[in-house]
Design a protein around this ligand. Structure first.
Ligand code: GLY
Ligand code: MN
Ligand code: MN
Length: 429
């Protein structure tokens, strides 16, 4: 990603903001405990428009100009905490029209806001910022007798930015492909390392090692490594149990690279060979995923892949004698939700559950080339009196990331997936 990409996005946004003013702060640093911080992660909107990595920074778009407020150079702080651009170097390196010290924001904001009809901001996102903006508006109002007027309308900036972020540009797709390659390699590594008696966190460590070794900054979200029936807990993140011979393990993990998330789930047998029951269930989920992928194409609504997956899963649930009745009847009643209770996908990008509307008016958002989403059907069989015993505790999800193309979609994650591929990787690495 070059600065030209960020510049082009700011120009697009400036065109929408017109003679208004837009404010996009980055994320604050977060204390973890006492004087230790969480690893810093910028705000996704701010990053999308700037590529500027430091905390304590704000982008202001006003009067056709991009203005950055950031920390000043500070030799003492740089000795302890590392490099800071400072406004002048940031302006030159990142192509802003102006850059000022963040300490001057309070004084300059009322001047920048005055006589602009509309303020664009993600209202309600951060109460601190809501308060600061209220103060700046009041500061403009206090100059009424000097003829200054504050904006009379506040528009939600997220609507505009979410629509921009929903369709990825070439530079984003290139990074997301690299993130997917790293995440895929992490999953393959975990499969190759798996054997009965390991702890779930040992597989997590294999993923983390592969992600970091290949330059990804971190996990894009808390990884799930769920042995056996833990796979039936959708957000299981303890990852601290032993992996038992004869059970499956579900791994939902993806790396973050240059701000972009990969999101992959694989489920495989701890001992390297699927049992007959595990294989039956696995093939149903795999077929559901194939149906969902086939339904992912331009013009189809966002829910079309989900509907396609549900139909295959429900037929499978009937075949496994988990449910009785007709496929249409089971879909109609929603009885399948006991074994499949989540949606089949979500937008993917800078955030793992990325920005973007899911509806367009009354209809589900029509898919279009350049949109990126996950396809992640699952089957979760918690033990129950009316469930065949040999299926108790089987939890399976298969998740890949896809780009909508003019012809349909392209699956761009590549971790081993078929029964044969998984058993091969587990047998021979
Ligand atoms: N890992 C989060 C999700 O699959 O949605
Ligand atoms: Mn996932
Ligand atoms: Mn997902």
């Amino acid at each position: 990603m070059t600065h030209a990409h960020f510049f082009a996005r700011r120009q697009r946004l400036l065109a929408q903001v017109g003679d208004g003013i837009a404010l996009i702060p980055t994320a604050p640093e977060q204390v973890r405990n006492r004087d230790t911080h969480h690893p810093y992660r910028f705000d996704s909107y701010f990053w999308y428009l700037t590529g500027f990595p430091e905390p304590e920074a704000v982008l202001v778009l006003a009067g056709g100009r991009s203005i950055l407020f950031c920390r000043e150079k500070d030799e003492e702080r740089e000795i302890w905490d590392g490099f800071r651009y400072g406004p002048e170097a940031a302006r030159l390196a990142f192509g802003f029209d102006e850059a000022w010290p963040i300490t001057s924001l309070e004084e300059k904001l009322p001047q920048l806001m005055a006589d602009r009809p509309v303020l664009w901001h993600a209202l309600g996102h951060d109460p601190d910022w809501d308060a600061r903006i209220g103060q700046a508006l009041n500061a403009v109002r206090s100059q009424a007798r000097a003829g200054k007027r504050p904006p009379t309308a506040i528009h939600d900036l997220r609507q505009v930015l979410d629509a921009m972020r929903l369709t990825k540009d070439e530079a984003e797709l290139e990074i997301m492909q690299r993130a997917a390659d790293i995440a895929s390699a992490g999953h393959a590594r975990a499969m190759a390392a798996c054997r009965p008696g390991l702890a779930e966190y040992e597989l997590e460590a294999e993923l983390t090692y592969e992600f970091r070794r290949r330059g990804a900054s971190a996990h894009a979200y808390n990884p799930i490594v769920a042995g056996g029936a833990h796979a039936c807990i959708l957000h299981y993140v303890e990852n601290d149990k032993l992996l038992a011979d004869g059970s499956l393990v579900l791994i939902d993990a993806g790396c973050e690279l240059e701000g972009y998330a990969a999101d992959i789930t694989r489920t495989f047998p701890v001992n390297g060979r699927f049992s007959a029951a595990q294989k039956d269930c696995y093939e149903i989920v795999l077929a559901a995923q194939a149906a969902a992928i086939a339904a992912t194409r331009p013009g189809a609504g966002f829910m079309a892949p989900h509907d396609a997956a549900v139909r295959v899963l429900v037929q499978g649930m009937a075949d496994l004698q988990l449910l009785t009745g007709s496929v249409d009847g089971i879909i109609e009643s929603g009885a399948y939700k006991r074994f499949y209770m989540h949606r089949t996908g979500h937008w993917l990008g800078l955030d793992v559950h990325d920005a973007g509307e899911y509806k367009s008016g009354e209809d589900w958002m029509p898919l279009a080339p350049g949109m990126v989403l996950t396809v992640e059907p699952g089957l979760y069989i918690r033990p129950g009196a009316d469930v065949p015993e040999h299926l108790h505790g089987i939890g399976i999800r298969i998740e890949d990331d896809v780009i909508v193309t003019p012809e349909g979609c392209r699956v761009y994650t590549s971790a081993p997936k078929t029964v044969a591929e998984i058993e091969e990787v587990m047998a021979h690495g």
